[in-house]
Design a protein around this ligand. Structure first.
Ligand SMILES: [Fe+2]
Length: 357
């Protein structure tokens, strides 16, 4: 970095907010919003004041209208509000609560079939995305198939997300990642998976060519914060740390046994996400013989998401006569009131099944 770009602790700044008359605007910002006066000048007939609050310094200066300025203030105690200051400045107060609010679930049957290149959109840094649940079930869930064609170092920084659920499943290739309090960086290979509990600091370091991951999160829209204080890896190792009721999971496929699943003809590799989220969600890789069938009549789940990792399956639902063939890379989100039959139609079929009960 250029030395003139390096800030020192004494460097500071103010955003200039013009006003016609200083007095009413100053008293609005101090009395109404809680800003405090840092400086006012000249003493005999003030025309400028520097005030601070909410992590910002403002310079209220006589000389025009402030209507072209708008401020967003985060408050832990005030609820959402739109205000106009006497000088015309728009003030929006937003909640600073760290509580995650899940929008109401809008159930729908969402089938995402894979059709080679037509399915992808190009995102930042050449990453390719497929939105597997475009309706987002009312904003409740986001599921993405992400492809990084050319690997190498990933231009990421330590960050965290305000979410209630987030998992990443490595479908093919590899990716090196590091997580707060979970030791040194490690490589996720095909079949491996992590549960990123709420607000865990993490960073993606590097990937192979043709990395493909499936990322599932709730709510669909969530905030990502840059972390400037904590560096990774952390010196502390706390694999059992509780993050808002969830624990970090690193599932290593090759170290996990295939066990008989609850549907005959299937084997399952459980990621341990059910235990780590205290039942909020579960994720399993399942492998089925041709003809093996999953049916759901329990109607007890909020999300029943299936991604075909390999092979194919046919889906039929009670409400519609049509049969959908889910080939490799296709997915389906099934509503809870949907009686369905998902039947394996080719050998070596593997699927990722994510449930939120
Ligand atoms: Fe992240």
């Amino acid at each position: 970095m250029d030395s003139k770009n390096q800030l020192t602790p004494t460097d500071s700044a103010e955003v200039v907010v013009p006003c016609i008359e200083l007095d009413p605007t100053l008293s609005f910002f101090t009395s109404e919003l809680g800003f405090r006066i840092e400086m006012i000048t000249p003493a005999d007939n003030p025309n400028m004041a520097i005030i601070s609050g909410y992590g910002v310094r403002l310079c209220l200066r006589v000389g025009g209208s402030g209507k072209d300025v708008s401020l967003r203030l985060r408050s832990a105690t005030r609820s959402h509000q739109l205000l106009q200051a006497p000088n015309g400045t728009q003030v929006e107060i937003i909640s600073a609560t760290s509580q995650v609010i899940l929008p109401p679930l809008q159930e729908a049957l969402v089938i995402s079939e894979f059709s080679s290149d037509a399915s992808w959109t190009v995102g930042r840094a050449g990453m390719r995305y497929r939105d597997l649940v475009p309706s987002r079930l009312g904003g409740r869930v986001i599921a993405s198939h992400i492809h990084i064609p050319s690997g190498g170092l990933v231009p990421d920084y330590v960050h965290y997300h305000r979410i209630s659920f987030q998992m990443i499943y490595c479908k093919s290739g590899w990716v090196r990642v590091v997580y707060e309090d979970q030791g040194e960086s490690f490589v996720m290979q095909a079949g491996d998976c992590v549960l990123q509990p709420p607000e865990i600091r993490h960073r993606v370091l590097e990937s192979s060519d043709n990395l493909e991951v499936i990322e599932i999160g709730s709510p669909a829209e969530h905030e990502t914060f840059a972390e400037h204080e904590i560096t990774l890896p952390t010196l502390t190792l706390r694999p059992d740390r509780d993050f808002s009721g969830q624990k970090f999971v690193r599932h290593i496929a090759t170290e996990t046994q295939w066990l008989p699943w609850r549907f005959p003809g299937f084997l399952s590799r459980n990621t341990g996400i059910d235990k780590a989220t205290a039942g909020f969600a579960s994720a399993e890789t399942v492998r089925g013989e041709v003809g093996a069938t999953i049916t759901d009549t329990k109607k007890s789940h909020e999300l029943f998401f299936v991604f075909v990792l390999n092979g194919s399956a046919s889906l039929s639902t009670k409400d519609s006569n049509q049969k959908s063939i889910l080939n490799i890379n296709s997915s389906v989100a099934l509503p809870s009131n949907c009686e369905f039959k998902l039947e394996i139609t080719s050998p070596n079929t593997e699927m990722l099944i994510v449930l939120q009960p």
